[in-house]
Design a protein around this ligand. Structure first.
Ligand SMILES: Cc1ncc(C[n+]2csc(CCOP(=O)(O)OP(=O)(O)O)c2C)c(N)n1
Length: 353
């Protein structure tokens, strides 16, 4: 199978009015050469993220996980689609909504869950928690709480690679809210000016906390802001994992060929609240339900069934395997240890000798 003919309709919201490049998807789809193993991997990776976060939400209400918790549920296709196109040498930087990116990048679920618990066996030794997942060996530079704060970091990583002659890509994931920040514009300008190998991935889920995009930014076509800096940019259906992978594969190839940065605006939607403290009074329940019907898992799962690539038993087996992985991760976190009080100031910068 080398063609993607899956459903491509998007919910009837503001995104539908902003679809300049979607017509280009079909010819590009033929270049993906999708085989069964790869297709099933895409579904499995999205399911791992979904089930991990559903369990995190439960653990949060049980107060096993504390602090902030921003769920990526609904947006899984973006992290999974893009991550297929990166090598171990490439770098990844993300926002605080980064559990999905970390899992898709290959961080073990055990170390992620331990981090969620605040245990020192976690990927950030229990000091980061949900918002600051980090893994140097996998070049996963994590989890940044400051909106747009990660863009200069990505530009810096890419500049270092360029100066040292390494053919690497830095993938930088952020929400559309970042496009209202100065750092976004400074970063895009320098990345374009210096032709740096950055893949900017805007996860446009239409809301920055409780503020709708149309109420906060005069230009709602985020990719046009990138174009104004002479960066090749496009908008695409971020609920379609194949569309994301196709676009990312083309963008990464161009970056590796020395063509400078690329920008993808992925149209998506978060199904859950901004964080665990959010009554969601800023959007209609009907809007949320409409988007859920276009969810990446539902849609790709149906497509796999229709294509004869996954039957009921196969899906059940996949679910069971993920459940077992999740159970092991929770057990690992439960058995984890707290950092001793005596060590709490270790590695904390105080400015004093
Ligand atoms: C510089 C800065 N301003 C404000 C905040 C508070 N804040 C946290 S998340 C958020 C919304 C960001 O929305 P968006 O970038 O679209 O990402 P999403 O949460 O939708 O994934 C805001 C304003 C912050 N963390 N950093």
């Amino acid at each position: 199978m080398n063609d993607h003919t899956g459903p491509s309709a998007s919910p009837a919201t503001a995104h539908e009015r902003r679809d300049e490049s979607r017509q280009d998807r079909q010819p590009a789809a033929a270049k993906l050469h999708l085989n069964r193993d790869h297709a099933l991997r895409l579904l499995r990776e999205m399911l791992r993220i979904r089930r991990f976060e559903e369990r995190c939400a439960e653990l949060y209400t049980e107060e096993k996980i504390r602090g902030f918790l921003h769920l990526y549920i609904g947006e899984e296709a973006i992290a999974v689609g893009v991550m297929q196109c990166l090598t171990a040498e490439d770098a990844v930087v993300t926002t605080y909504r980064e559990h999905g990116h970390a899992l898709a990048r290959g961080l073990p679920m055990t170390s992620l869950m331990a981090e969620m618990y605040g245990k020192q066996e976690g990927c950030s030794r229990g000091r980061g928690g949900s918002m600051h997942l980090f893994d140097l060996a996998r070049r996963f530079y994590g989890g940044s709480a400051i909106v747009a704060g990660l863009l200069p970091l990505a530009v810096g990583l890419a500049l270092a690679d360029k100066l040292q002659g390494r053919n690497r890509v830095t993938a930088c994931f952020f929400g559309e809210g970042a496009a209202a920040e100065g750092e976004f514009h400074e970063s895009l300008n320098l990345a374009a000016l210096w032709q740096l190998p950055v893949l900017f991935v805007c996860e446009n889920n239409l809301y920055a906390m409780g503020t709708a995009l149309e109420r906060s930014q005069s230009e709602t076509h985020i990719h046009r802001k990138a174009q104004s800096y002479q960066i090749a940019a496009e908008t695409l259906d971020g609920m379609d994992v194949l569309a994301v992978e196709i676009a990312a594969r083309q963008a990464v190839a161009a970056i590796r060929a020395g063509e400078g940065p690329r920008f993808l605006e992925c149209q998506t939607y978060r199904f859950r609240a901004h964080s665990m403290f959010d009554a969601q009074l800023y959007r209609d329940k009907a809007e949320v339900e409409a988007w859920k019907k276009k969810g990446p898992l539902l849609r790709f799962g149906h497509w796999l069934e229709e294509a004869g690539l996954l039957d009921v038993a196969g899906r059940a087996q996949m679910e069971a395997e993920i459940e077992a992985e999740l159970a092991a991760a929770v057990a690992f976190a439960e058995a984890g240890t707290w950092e001793s009080v005596a060590d709490l100031l270790k590695d904390v910068y105080t400015g004093e000798p």
